[in-house]
Design a protein around this ligand. Structure first.
Ligand code: ZN
Length: 71
């Protein structure tokens, strides 16, 4: 099964889940705040090769900007 990253629309926490193909995250809940309806991130190119750091609310608390621990 493929792995997808899901982002919580409420707190911005990113969760990686093994999902069935086509899973959109609507029925997943955030592990951090419990909000339902996570948003699936496009994987494969989103995390690497972004110059200048991506930040912008996508990072976990404590991320120094290289996102090695949060994406
Ligand atoms: Zn959350």
């Amino acid at each position: 099964m493929p792995m997808y990253e899901f982002k919580c629309p409420r707190c911005g926490s990113v969760t990686t889940e093994l999902c069935k193909m086509g899973e959109k995250g609507d029925e997943l809940s955030c592990k951090e705040c419990g909000a339902l309806g996570l948003k699936r991130l496009i994987s494969g190119f989103a995390s690497l090769g972004v110059s200048g750091g991506n930040g912008g609310g996508n990072c976990a608390p404590g991320c120094s900007g290289n996102c090695s621990g949060c994406h």
